[in-house]
Design a protein around this ligand. Structure first.
Ligand SMILES: NC(=O)c1ccc[n+]([C@@H]2O[C@H](COP(=O)([O-])OP(=O)(O)OC[C@H]3O[C@@H](n4cnc5c(N)ncnc54)[C@H](OP(=O)(O)O)[C@@H]3O)[C@@H](O)[C@H]2O)c1
Length: 240
């Protein structure tokens, strides 16, 4: 069975993607900070009959990252990883604020979670990814390309994540590397960005983002930055 590591898999896109992979026979390693929600998530994923390991912790914590890498590469690990999904992410200090009001510590915290942690985890797991001819999938955002007021720290972190991911793809020919813009999604993070706003018109992760990612994994196109909506539209064109 192929194995995937999904960070931040207890709600929103990470949870929906982990569920979709479990249904399709993937073994999973999943993470998040809230141990209670993680236990519930692992139980639900195991109902699909495949191996699921949950590790509670913050991706910006180096000790936690070592534990995660150890599950896959330690004595009990297979030393192979087919898919690494960098999904866990932070918006930074809320409410979102103009750059002039963003503290240095606030910016550093965003970069620690959204940029430094994925890079470190990728490096730890690179031999396992290479052994499997695996895929690194960085969950990006349109904020990494556009310049929305108050989204500067988050947007800069996603631009940096894209750049690191696609540079890795250029450096390591045996793996695939993608930055994936999932589009707006009706999730707790999106609600946190728009407090008090009705976000009911945004699609759930399973409606566009997850099918787009599944299409990406199935077709394994050239390394690059992709939008879930485009991937899904291309799939529909092939079918119709
Ligand atoms: N929602 C959108 O509209 C949208 C649009 C574009 C891009 N994205 C991107 O899509 C991805 C998923 O977003 P989402 O909306 O599904 O987020 P979400 O609803 O906030 O879920 C985030 C998940 O990550 C975990 N997490 C958060 N910080 C973590 C940390 N420091 N260490 C470990 N786990 C952590 C959370 O659990 P714990 O809190 O228990 O840790 C949760 O399981 C993110 O990369 C986000 O930037 C989202």
């Amino acid at each position: 069975m192929p194995t995937a590591l999904v960070t931040g898999a207890t709600q929103g896109l990470g949870r929906a993607l982990a569920e979709a992979l479990a249904v399709r026979g993937w073994d999973l390693v999943v993470t998040a900070r809230d141990a209670h929600r993680l236990t519930e998530t692992v139980s639900a994923l195991r109902e699909h009959g495949h191996d699921v390991v949950g590790l509670a912790g913050d991706v910006s914590d180096a000790v936690h990252r070592d534990d995660v890498a150890g599950v896959l590469t330690g004595p009990a690990g297979a030393d192979r990883l087919d898919l690494l999904v960098h999904n866990a992410s932070t918006l930074g200090p809320l409410p979102l604020r103009p750059l002039r009001d963003l503290s240095t510590d606030g910016l550093a915290a965003v970069l620690a979670v959204n940029v430094v942690a994925p890079h470190a985890l990728t490096c730890s797991l690179l031999p396992a990814l290479e052994a499997a001819g695996g895929t690194v999938l960085a969950i990006s955002s349109d904020a990494g390309v556009e310049h929305y007021e108050t989204w500067g720290a988050y947007g800069a972190s996603k631009a940096a994540l894209d750049h690191l991911t696609l540079t890795l793809g250029a450096e390591v020919s045996s793996i695939r590397a993608y930055a994936l813009d999932p589009g707006d999604m009706r999730t707790p993070m999106h609600q946190a960005a728009f407090p008090g706003e009705d976000i009911g018109d945004r699609p759930l992760p399973e409606e566009v983002a997850v099918p787009g990612i599944l299409a990406l994994l199935a077709s394994r196109p050239a390394n690059g930055r992709y939008r879930a909506a485009d991937l899904l539209a291309a799939t529909s064109e092939v079918v119709s």
